[in-house]
Design a protein. Structure first.
Ligand SMILES: *Cc1c(COP(=O)(O)O)cnc(C)c1O
Length: 448
């Protein structure tokens, strides 16, 4: 095997000038792999000659793939506002600027500046949440799934929690409410049927082992037709009468009334708070429009107990989360809703969207066959399931490209579109105003 003898030696190979300025450690590691691969290919005779230049290119290519960031910015042209696969809620640039200031300096995360001694990290958001929701106390954890787990673990370990079968949902990413509940140590007491649960089902389920009546928001489906569920208001009443805890996992809780009549079946956090509930939890990065977090609000004595649960340490949030969340909550307090991108998108008028779509159309219609159309989209992220909201899209066609070919090409260029009625649509509900120029340039560049 004469070819085996000509395999480059790694020590020498890595000194090639093509690798100048690169990390020697990484070049060596990749070169070893590439050369080992070459050796195997010679042995199994899939390679008949050695080309050093192509080996160098391969190493450089692998190097580039490894060091280039995997997490990339994309243009969301799907129209789904709280898009779980695309990072859920966008953060406000000013909130991030304030957060950079906090995170790049020392801060009073757990330091009481008045007393000069240890403080509590949760204190930073409780005053705002109290002012906003009239809750007695609040706490924040890593996400809403942790909030559910922590609450059940604190109050229902080896005790019964009553929940309707119609609410034992699986939420995207295989988060199954019944499994999370069981893993927390709670004993699940399922009541009712998939389509009907009555108040008397709750009442009949209560015994001396019952610790909690729980309601779970049906985030990604709705039951139509012959169905009934018990309102949280009634659940609170029964729980209080029996001296047990009521808890509503709201999923995507919203702080303000929603447009397009979405509020009809989706009471806001403030409306729910009027029932004087024991505990509520909701996500920070769904309709609230902030950072990933799970927010728990409710009765002071219950929150105190949660704070004493050792698990909290594992689920606790970082200063970056707290700084971002505090800033979003402050925007609500000041009624500065323009600062919350998720709400800005939700409330944008179709006239505004149409203007933007028309502007883009005029810029690219000499290349593409395109049309501004009325369409509808959804909020996403497990909010208002199956409810459509109006939107405006630009339909896009290019020569004899099939819709899925065009969609794929756009995707390779970091534009995520959707296909409807055999056409690629760019939905303007989720395209940011400051992305329009970039979008135009990418679209022009594709077929130039
Ligand atoms: C989304 C959701 C969760 C999980 O919240 P995360 O913030 O994603 O952890 C839990 N319960 C319900 C009802 C939800 O909609």
């Amino acid at each position: 095997m004469i070819l085996l003898k000509s395999i480059p030696k790694v020590d020498k190979f890595i000194t090639h000038e093509a690798f100048e300025g690169l990390s020697k450690t990484l070049v060596t590691k990749i070169s070893k792999e590439v050369i080992e691969n070459l050796r195997n290919n010679i042995l199994n005779e899939t390679i008949k000659e050695i080309n050093e230049q192509s080996l160098i290119s391969e190493v450089l290519q692998n190097y580039e793939n490894l060091i280039s960031p995997s997490l990339k910015s994309v243009i969301n042209a799907t129209g789904i506002i709280v898009h779980t696969n695309l990072g859920r809620s966008l953060l406000d640039e000013n909130s991030l600027k304030k957060t950079i200031q906090i995170a790049t300096t020392y801060n009073n995360l757990e330091y009481d500046l008045n007393e000069g001694k240890r403080g509590e990290r949760y204190a930073h958001i409780t005053k705002t949440l109290k002012a906003l929701t009239n809750c007695e106390d609040a706490i924040v954890v890593n996400n809403n799934a942790s909030a559910v787990f922590l609450i059940l673990n604190t109050f229902c370990k080896n005790k019964e929690v009553v929940v309707s079968r119609g609410e034992l949902v699986e939420i995207g990413g295989s988060f199954r409410v019944p499994e999370v509940m069981t893993q927390s140590g709670a004993i699940l007491k399922e009541i009712g049927t998939t389509n009907k649960t009555h108040l008397r089902d709750y009442e009949n389920a209560i015994n001396e082992k019952t610790s909690m009546l729980m309601k779970v928001h049906k985030s990604n489906y709705s039951i139509e037709g012959f169905s009934s569920e018990v309102s949280f208001e009634e659940i609170v009443e029964v729980a209080q009468k029996n001296n047990i805890i009521d808890y509503y996992d709201m999923g995507s809780g919203h702080m303000i009334d929603l447009p397009y009549n979405l509020n009809k079946n989706e009471p806001s956090i403030l409306e729910i708070m009027q029932y004087n509930p024991s505990l509520l939890s909701f996500s920070g990065d769904k309709l609230l429009g902030s950072v990933q977090a799970g927010i728990i609000i409710g009765k002071k004595e219950l929150i105190e107990k949660i704070k004493k649960n050792q698990l909290l340490r594992m689920l606790r949030v970082d200063k970056i989360t707290l700084a971002l969340l505090e800033d979003t909550l402050n925007s609500y307090l000041k009624n500065d809703l323009e600062q919350i991108p998720t709400l800005k998108m939700l409330f944008a008028s179709t006239e505004t969207l149409e203007q933007r779509a028309t502007k883009l159309k005029e810029k690219i219609e000499d290349i593409y066959n395109c049309e501004v159309i009325k369409t509808s989209t959804m909020v996403g992220g497990g909010t208002t399931p199956n409810k459509k909201i109006p939107s405006i899209a630009l339909s896009l066609e290019y020569k004899n490209y099939k819709p899925n070919q065009l969609e794929k090409l756009l995707r390779k260029n970091l534009i995520i579109s959707r296909i409807e009625n055999e056409k690629v649509l760019l939905d303007f509900r989720t395209i940011q105003e400051n992305e329009l120029e970039k979008l135009e340039n990418i679209l022009k560049g594709l077929f130039n």
